[in-house]
Design a protein around this ligand. Structure first.
Ligand code: IMP
Length: 426
């Protein structure tokens, strides 16, 4: 399909990077449109493992144009390092990467603010990745203290950094007096000028480029970061990220109207995970959760925090499937569930004595729900070598069929291991 969007349907970490990498050969352009270096996309290719946070996963195919669009927030230090690391390992990064001059820039004050805010939340912490993502998006919406990538190349940058740094220093100090950071505007200006020089070859107007491209019938792949349950508007607020990480984010984050999107591929893990705070009805803080964590190596790509693990929540995934306009599904990490004697899928919630399949909008309600499970028999075989649906153990096929039924969408791909080859195309 000419314009396809890849969206995670859970709380992130659905292994979207692998799917994007697999599909890129069918596309001309791969676009990141929200999030920033809170994302960690792992791509295993040619026996090498790469961890990307800002550069689109399409970068491993030099003929593909990669775009970091306006909706992404950019830490230039992280981006420069990522580009250098890729180049050092033989990956081409040049004209094949275009970065929006409208994207907002993360500064040291954002990172410090993120740290202080999470400490002071007065309740369950959001548990952010502390990459300054939320404070940068807030400054974008607030406008007065925002600096966009394009601003780094305009006159008046030094004065703007001085002005904002002065205000930010006062704000940070007033936040409990806990800050140890001392913002030196001259140093920040010098540092950011260097980043600007390093990034200049990539910076441009991605909105016009993408509009020209869709109008010319080019094939675009939108690579979502995080997952739809972390969407700032439609997710488990306030335990969310600060961008629209469901399918609705594509237009605002790239400038490409939704009417051009011809297909949405929803990515789910065969179970659920969450990193950071917030309700998680099907969480298994027991040996089952540990089995999943160990086999699935469920530790954060960015922060290495152990991820919270639990059964597949079809109520939540059905909600995000509808919300993101999903056409079909890719079920990831199915191999992780091998050897469990039985598997559970949450098919409904009980709330105040009533059964519902609707996902609550209020987090205190989500905290109170009791998951209603269906139990399915597990499979004991190692399935990593399986390449055809028909060769999967019958219980694995039944498990996939039930997920497909509950979400009302066909399963198009199944992943049974991290490598490109370890994939079943249905
Ligand atoms: P932030 O995006 O750093 O502000 O973090 C907000 C919430 O989103 C926290 O619970 C994070 O753990 C979660 N989060 C952010 N990015 C990711 C991701 O790429 N995968 C999984 N969780 C994420």
């Amino acid at each position: 399909m000419p314009v396809t969007c890849i969206v995670g349907l859970q709380w992130g970490d659905e292994a979207k990077g692998k799917i994007v990498d697999l599909l890129t050969e069918h596309f001309d352009i791969v676009v990141r449109y929200q999030g920033g270096s809170n994302a960690g996309h792992t791509v295993v290719t040619g026996g090498q493992k790469f961890k990307l946070s800002l550069v689109p996963s399409g970068i491993f195919r030099p003929e593909v144009q990669c775009v970091i669009a306006n909706g992404v927030v950019i830490n230039p230090a992280t981006l420069v390092k990522e580009i250098d690391d890729l180049r050092q390992r033989g990956v081409t990064v040049g004209k094949n990467l275009l970065i929006s001059d409208r994207a907002h820039v993360i500064f040291p004050w954002h990172i410090e603010e993120d740290r202080l805010l999470d400490q002071q939340c007065g309740g369950e912490a959001i548990g952010t990745t502390q990459r300054g993502i939320g404070p940068c998006y807030r400054d974008k919406v607030g406008r007065a203290h925002a600096i966009r990538l394009g601003d780094l190349y305009r006159p008046g940058l030094r004065e703007r950094i001085e002005h904002i740094a002065r205000i930010k220093q006062r704000i940070l100090q007033s936040m409990d007096g806990q800050t140890t950071i001392s913002l030196d505007p001259a140093e920040i200006f010098a540092e950011y000028t260097q980043y600007a020089e390093r990034l200049e070859e990539f910076v441009g107007d991605t909105t016009t480029y993408l509009l020209d491209s869709v109008e010319a019938g080019k094939r675009l792949l939108f690579e979502g970061a995080q997952g739809a349950l972390l969407d700032v508007d439609h997710g488990t607020f306030p335990y969310v990220t600060s961008s629209n990480s469901s399918g609705v984010g594509v237009s605002a984050g790239s400038g490409v109207p939704g009417r051009y999107v011809t297909k949405v591929l929803g990515i789910v893990k065969a179970y659920n995970t969450r990193v950071g705070g917030g309700p998680f009805p099907t969480e298994q803080a027991n040996e089952i959760g540990q089995h999943i964590r160990d086999r699935g190596n469920e530790y954060g790509t960015v922060t290495r925090r152990p991820r919270r693990c639990g059964w597949f929540d079809a109520v939540a995934a059905r909600y995000t499937t509808r919300l993101s306009g999903v056409d079909s599904l890719a079920v990831m990490l199915l191999d992780v569930l091998s050897e469990l004697p039985e598997l559970k899928i949450c098919v409904a919630y009980e709330l105040d004595g009533r059964r519902t399949i609707n996902f609550p909008s209020q987090m205190d309600d989500l905290r109170r729900v009791t998951p209603i499970y269906e139990t399915l028999p597990g499979w004991q075989e190692d399935i990593c070598q399986v390449r055809r649906m028909a060769d999967l153990p019958v219980n694995a096929r039944r498990y996939l069929e039930r997920i497909s039924q509950l979400l009302g969408r066909p399963v198009e791909m199944v992943s049974v291991g991290p490598d490109r080859e370890e994939t079943i195309f249905v």
